[in-house]
Design a protein around this ligand. Structure first.
Ligand code: NAI
Length: 725
């Protein structure tokens, strides 16, 4: 029976978000705020009302707080955080609720399934006891949004698990499983079987045992000595600088944790509040929150009916068992989808399968999964030299060499063998989807599925819509991305789509900088320090100088525009990058990149021969030229409708190109710098370096109007909402 309990105080009413039921002498408060029971307005109030009611009712012997649906409270309401970060309101304050829970004379048991993350875990830690189902996940991921646990989490967590584990959890932001949480002391009992029944039994057991029940804020056993703590804090800071490069929040979390072990609880809480208030206004926090919402926005496709059912992919096929085909086969097998993997060449097929096996063996060795899991996955991949069985596949992905004539020929063949209704996809990274679709009698079923290397690891999937691609095929691609646990971003058909189209001018500009006097390692260092996962010359060497060279052959600069000069020479010298041990860098036996005087000399010689004056180039100019050139291209991409939103371009760069999330992606970063400033610099570069720097019309317009890419996105979203209603 469900009874809503109204204790009479209007601001403390149990509500539709939190149901209160009585199971004998145990009061159960169930949070019902789908999909993830976030702490939206009303939820803390509802829980507090339930606890207040229990405290006032002597027939209630214990309290259980549990999540309805698929999870416990999974975290804060990030919309609220976004508002606070934008300066409207503050982070939700849970102090009153946490105190009510902790001061309750009856035992309060938190019953956890699904996830207890962020604010969810902070609420759970105020309970006297926590029980969880096996595999439930607990964590403080706030640093990933540029903040720290701000509802006393940094003060309670070390009291439960000790400082070292608390530093690890708050700095990494990772979630741990209930079993590990039990070992750490964050969970008191694992409940096999029905969670509510187990939690009720546990609550009665604790009530029977009698109070006082442990208040986390009063625990001190695990707080450690000042000397021990100083060592942990120092090691934590070093770790944070290494693993969370350039991020403010992880270091700030350690400051708050340090306060927890050094100060009384209330003073520590004050310190925590000061720190989170400061962090909420930072560019990093705003950028990370933007990145969070940008990733969720990609599945909103204007004009695509929400109820359009995707085609179920029960059997997949792949043509080409090379780097990409093998990786895609693994991505499919990892998601439990059987896949036929065809290559035209026995040796290539054998190489492909052996690369897959090696990869899986590595994972088993590292303990990521068991041998059994590996065997199951290998069994889902069927290597073959023919198209046998393709007729039963729901989806085929072509991943042969990047050659239009070859791809057309393959698609003509696929059109012949695949059943009607099957999706025909290509993994091309630059070629024209419409030209490929034109080789079939069913261009509506053709789509680009551009995976990134290694395809079983990289999260980005660019979904390239051709002129005739049907809405259902788009819906299928988006749904497949989810099944493969990837971020599917729908983009339009043009050379290089979104990601590689912006990459080309970025690479070109970096090479121009080198020709003007900045060494490749100087350019790379500046980009790395700014936050890119890798420098661009190192990326070039990893992807292969030959690959770049071929791209430039097939997609030369428009007539009259200067091309970078040194790349061709590296190609001709056979310096193809990591695979030949030398490219822009020299590589030692551990694949470490070493600056190469031979390359420096080559660049200087080339510059001299071509009359390129040499000068000292600042880090600031390197960043401006490399990043602004991408932004300028991004503005064109947006203007042409190749990307649906500026935030989609950001997601492409965050999920696929190692762009630092704390800058929010190239378009968000442009907004934070200010479009007028960026436009002015681009004009200057245009005057100094010529037509490559022609400012994008959209950028010019927004700069003149004082607009931002974010406001343009918001305006479009409003129009779409109006059109949909
Ligand atoms: P790869 O050279 O490693 O593999 C291509 C495979 O296709 C080879 O095993 C070859 O034997 C096979 N093949 C060639 N003709 C065939 C035919 N007629 N029938 C069956 N198999 C045939 O190439 P990679 O790097 O895997 O690239 C494949 C595609 O993916 C290209 O279109 C490329 O542009 C694209 N791509 C590559 C990325 C990368 O980082 N390598 C990233 C994203 C897309």
């Amino acid at each position: 029976m469900q009874i809503c309990y109204y204790p009479g105080e209007p601001n403390l009413m149990a509500n539709e978000l939190v149901n209160v039921t009585h199971h004998g002498d145990v009061l159960v408060a169930t949070v019902n705020n789908p999909p993830v029971n976030a702490l939206s307005p009303g939820v803390p109030e509802g829980i507090e009302a339930a606890v207040v009611a229990a405290r006032a009712n002597s027939s209630v012997k214990a309290v259980v707080i549990i999540g309805g649906g698929r999870t416990f409270v999974a975290g804060a309401d990030i919309k609220e955080l976004e508002q606070a970060a934008a300066g409207h309101g503050s982070a939700p304050k849970l102090h009153g609720l946490l105190e009510q829970i902790e001061d309750c004379a009856q035992p309060v048991v938190m019953a956890i399934h699904g996830t207890a993350l962020g604010g969810g875990l902070e609420v759970a830690m105020a309970g006297h006891y926590r029980v969880a189902v096996p595999g439930a996940q607990l964590g403080q991921p706030e640093v990933n949004l540029g903040i720290i646990p701000g509802a006393e989490g940094t003060q309670r967590l070390p009291r439960l698990v000790g400082l070292a584990a608390a530093v690890d959890l708050c700095v990494s932001g990772k979630a741990i499983k209930a079993e590990e949480a039990l070992a750490l002391g964050l969970v008191d009992r694992i409940i096999e079987g029905d969670l509510l029944a187990g939690a009720l039994a546990f609550a009665r057991e604790m009530a029977e045992k009698g109070g006082p029940h442990p208040k986390t804020r009063e625990l001190s056993r695990k707080l450690g000595s000042p000397t021990e703590n100083a060592g942990i804090v120092a090691a934590g800071r070093e770790q944070a600088r290494k693993t969370r490069r350039n991020l403010i929040a992880p270091l700030a979390a350690i400051d708050a944790l340090e306060a927890a072990v050094a100060l009384p609880f209330d003073e520590g809480c004050r310190k925590e509040r000061e720190i989170i208030t400061e962090l909420l206004g930072t560019d990093q926090c705003r950028a990370l929150i933007h990145a969070f919402f940008a990733e969720r926005a990609v599945s909103k496709i204007p004009g695509l009916p929400k109820d359009l059912p995707p085609i179920p992919v029960r059997q997949a096929a792949i043509v080409g068992a090379g780097t990409m085909g093998g990786g895609i086969a693994m991505a499919m097998a990892n998601a439990g989808i059987p896949v036929l993997l065809k290559d035209s060449d026995q040796a290539a097929l054998d190489r492909g399968v052996s690369a897959i096996r090696k990869n899986y063996e590595g994972s088993v060795k590292k303990g990521r999964f068991s041998q059994d899991v590996m065997d199951q996955r290998m069994a889902l991949i069927h290597p073959q030299l023919t198209s046998a069985g393709f007729e039963a596949a729901d989806l085929v992905i072509e991943a042969v060499f990047e050659n239009l004539a070859l791809k057309k020929q393959i698609f003509t063949e696929l059109d012949r063998v695949m059943k009607p209704g099957a999706v025909l996809a290509t993994n091309t990274s630059t070629l024209d989807i419409d030209a490929i679709a034109g080789a079939t009698s069913r261009p509506d079923m053709v789509i680009g599925l551009h995976f990134f290397s290694p395809a079983h690891v990289m999260r980005l999937l660019e979904i390239v819509r051709g002129r005739n691609t049907s809405p259902q095929v788009i819906a299928t691609a988006l749904s497949l991305a989810k099944t493969l646990r990837k971020v599917g971003v729908l983009v339009g058909n043009c050379w290089g789509f979104v990601g590689n189209r912006m990459m080309l001018p970025y690479m070109r500009e970096a090479q121009f900088l080198a020709e003007e006097g900045a060494a490749p390692q100087q350019v790379d260092q500046a980009l790395y320090d700014w936050g890119m996962a890798m420098g661009i010359f190192a990326v070039d060497d990893m992807g292969g100088i030959d690959v770049q060279w071929r791209v430039r052959q097939e997609h030369p600069e428009p007539a009259g525009l200067r091309s970078p000069l040194v790349l061709n020479q590296l190609y001709q010298m056979g310096r193809l990058g990591q695979k030949t041990g030398a490219g822009w860098y020299r590589y030692d036996e551990n694949r470490r990149a070493l600056p190469d005087p031979e390359v420096t000399a080559l660049i200087r010689e080339t510059a001299a021969k071509n009359g390129i004056p040499q000068r000292t180039i600042s880090e600031a100019e390197i960043i401006e030229r490399c990043i602004y050139v991408m932004i300028n291209e991004g503005a064109r991409i947006l203007d042409e409708g190749i990307a649906l939103r500026a935030s989609d371009i950001d997601t492409v760069y965050l999920a696929g190109y190692g762009f630092p999330a704390y800058h929010g992606g190239p378009m968000w970063y442009a907004d934070t710098v200010g479009l007028a400033k960026i436009y002015r610099r681009i004009e200057e570069f245009h005057n100094q370096h010529g037509p490559h720097w022609e400012p994008a019309p959209l950028l010019r317009r927004l700069a003149a109007e004082g607009g931002t890419f974010a406001s343009l996105d918001a305006e479009k979203a409003r129009e779409e909402r109006v059109a949909a209603n």
